[in-house]
Ligand binder design. Sequence first.
Ligand SMILES: CC(=O)N[C@H]1[C@@H](OP(=O)(O)O)O[C@H](CO)[C@@H](O)[C@@H]1O
Ligand SMILES: [Mg+2]
Length: 564
Amino acid sequence: MAAANSADARPSESETEKAIVEAAKHYPRANVAEDFQYGTAGFRMKDDLLDYIVFIVGIVATLRSRKVQGQTIGIMITASHNKYQDNGVKVVDTQGEMLEQSFEHVATQLANVHTPQDLGTTYASVLKKLNIPATTKKAHVIFARDTRPSGLRLVKALKAGLEAAGAEYIDYGVLTTPQLHYLVKATNTESGRNPFGEVSEEGYYKKLAKNFVAAMEDAKPIGSVTVDCANGVGAPKLKQLLKHLPPPEKSGLRIRIVNDQIEKPEALNEGCGADFVKTQQTTPAGFNGKAYDRWASFDGDADRIIYYFNEEGPVFRMLDGDRIATLTASFIGELLQKAGLAEKVKVSVIQTAYANGASTRYIEQGLKLKSEFTDTGVKHLHHAALRADIGVYFEANGHGTVLFSPHATKKIFLSEPQSPAQLEALNILRALTDLINQAVGDALSDLLLTEVILAHKGFTVKEWLATYTDMPSRLGKVNVLDRRSYTTVPGSAERKLASPQYMQEKIDEIVAKYKDGRSFVRASGTEDAVRIYGEAAESFDVDNMVEKVMETIMAYSAQGVAQR
Ligand SMILES: CC(=O)N[C@H]1[C@@H](OP(=O)(O)O)O[C@H](CO)[C@@H](O)[C@@H]1O
Ligand SMILES: [Mg+2]
């Protein structure tokens, strides 16, 4: 249930500053030397360090809302696939997208002041720099949290920040991250020409269910799908969604749920969930599938999904974000063809350097579609997808969605069908534009989307896997203290190092020795680590190659650390 506060008219700037200084006294910054940085996942760390951070994020969101004339800004408290002792907080911008970059800097700046007095002066200087007129409308903020036990405590700190900064807010309780994104966009478009959907959790389910039914017309799902919910928020929310879908006897789709123990906080992401399955390349706790049974895993805040199955053996087979992207792009491409729109509306697939090389070749040579690369992190993919007619983007780890441009949407909704076949293709495309959560990658929406496509194509997991053969690949990491000394060449989509000096040459020398070898190194944006990715024609080669690159990094970074 949503609970709103009822703040009166906004006080003066100096009163607000005073209120912030007073409130900050109850939320002292954790006494740690390191700088906090608003990164790709907002702020994320051990939950006991977060009270101050969440408090200031309340202030940042308030400032952002004032900057955009009182439109609603979202705040999500979650640490996604990380351990249950961690937590995090990120800000959702007006159309459900990631926070505007200048405000990321503001968040970082405010997170690193050490006393309430400093916070007061920094707040005042930021206010001036942001050029927010004193007469701006009241700030509006909505927020939610995942199932982590620390979430409730952090909400108190958040409310203190929001109240001190003078925002009006609504607490939506426990939600998936994409549900909060949905609500932000729905709130801000409610009175416009294109409302995104009803402004409620219920409205979210209704929208998905209605469009799932429409997209499933004339299709029959094959078998059932079992969903590992990582013992997180995805479990209760998927159960809610199921109540809105037609029963299995009617739609033919049976969804089984495992790992739904949210009452056991320590079970969250433990031996299960999308991140575990993807990084360990194995089935999750609770797996009881027979050969070729279709399984999917969500992560801890249900914004990622991956599929997988076992062949006889058993041999584990992964159907990750690259697979969902290629499946989706090929389906949309076929529908456009059938609808007579293929010449007018182009599909692009946006990937990161971590996408398997075989998927890229399949997109370009098999599907004859455009592929594009961006830096890691969904905000980069999202921005690139916005430039396409229809932009399909997925990270290999299962986070992604599809964006339909206004041009594509117009063509899909306004085209006059010339035949029953064209009408059918148009109707499916129309349903897809609303079944897909275009605000952000969403495990619930992506689950239904994938099931619709598999049903239409008549694909079992076996046929889906057979569309192309993955290159053997490996992802490793080296924990380092000097990750900032690893920078990449701008425009290389992080596939080439600019520094440390000579490191790229060394990597190139190693890679040249392996057939179809490819390897790149980049600093993680979320951990004190350097990630090493590699692929090669043979799996024994790829292991050997990545080991060698990792040794090079370890030799350099040990030196780097020792020199400090
Ligand atoms: C190789 C990999 O999976 N990297 C992840 C990880 O980023 P790093 O910057 O690599 O730590 O976390 C990001 C946020 O969740 C996600 O967007 C990204 O895909
Ligand atoms: Mg997540």
